[in-house]
Design a protein around this ligand. Structure first.
Ligand SMILES: Nc1ncnc2c1ncn2[C@@H]1O[C@H](COP(=O)(O)OP(=O)(O)OP(=O)(O)O)[C@@H](O)[C@H]1O
Ligand SMILES: [Mg+2]
Length: 245
């Protein structure tokens, strides 16, 4: 992507007049009038099960398109990009920790982590910057996330859920993407590990100036974030509206 001269002033994320339904005439409708996140800013996204948190992350990630409104990532309207440009943009600028982690079971933890660099030479170059190679940087992140030195060589299928979650975090952080999205990455962890994980993730994101959007049902984690956004269950109006703070 060609970055304009004033790139620093462009928000990492800018959402306007968003509306989305999975199907026409669907009772569930996600609406969000306005949301802006600056580079390096962190947002805690909360709301009851079914309120549309994962749906909103999928919209931000460009996996689905809004029915109305726009979602701009680094100034690019992700919903308007053609499929190939959208895939390339995602690989270059987005780190995603999925609710189910999405690791490839037969690959090692290290190879899973390095996938983010395989699809983007920009990410690979950024991961190598300051380290000798993307692999060195991945191993540094494994250590920072409290994983033993032999773990990167083990198959993903053999790992505990908590270990898989941290491998997914290494993959998302590798190459310092401008936007980091995490969908309930801590649900399998005990309270102590959960707290340390969030601390480390936010610390690494801050160093990389990545904007963070983090979903969790544990409201106490929300205090660590710059901003909070709560999606309503919308049971009365059947809309997953939002209120920000
Ligand atoms: N692929 C899909 N096709 C149709 N409807 C969907 C799809 N994915 C989610 N939905 C519906 O959209 C609504 C919001 O779901 P979503 O997964 O975004 O909620 P959530 O807030 O992430 O919930 P949870 O906290 O349980 O993860 C729900 O009513 C759900 O049934
Ligand atoms: Mg969800």
């Amino acid at each position: 992507m060609v970055m304009p001269v004033s790139a620093a002033a462009i928000p990492a994320l800018a959402i306007e007049h968003l509306a989305f339904r999975w199907r026409r005439r669907d009772a569930f409708c996600l609406t969000l009038e306005q949301l802006t996140l600056a580079a390096g800013e962190s947002l805690f996204l909360e709301g009851p099960s079914g309120s549309g948190k994962s749906t909103l992350l999928n919209l931000i990630g460009g996996a689905i398109r809004p029915e109305r409104g726009s979602i701009r990532l680094l100034g690019e309207d992700i919903g308007q990009l053609a499929a190939r440009r959208r895939d390339a943009f995602r690989a270059d600028h987005l780190g995603f920790i999925f609710q189910q982690f999405n690791l490839i079971p037969y690959l090692s933890a290290l190879d899973n982590a390095l996938l983010s660099c395989r699809f983007s030479s920009r990410r690979a170059a950024r991961a190598a910057h300051g380290a000798n190679s993307p692999e060195h940087e991945a191993r540094r992140l494994f250590a920072v996330l409290d994983l033993s030195p032999e773990l990167p060589g083990r198959q993903a299928a053999e790992l505990s859920v908590g270990e898989q979650q941290r491998v997914a975090a290494v993959r998302a952080l590798l190459g310092r993407p401008e936007i980091l999205i995490a969908d309930e990455p801590t649900s399998a962890l005990d309270a102590d590990r959960q707290s340390r994980f969030v601390e480390t993730l936010l610390g690494e994101a801050q160093k990389a100036a990545s904007a963070v959007i983090f979903v969790s049902h544990d409201a106490t984690l929300g205090e660590r974030f710059d901003r909070r956004l709560k999606l309503d269950s919308g049971e009365s109006e059947k809309t997953g509206g939002a209120s920000a703070s």
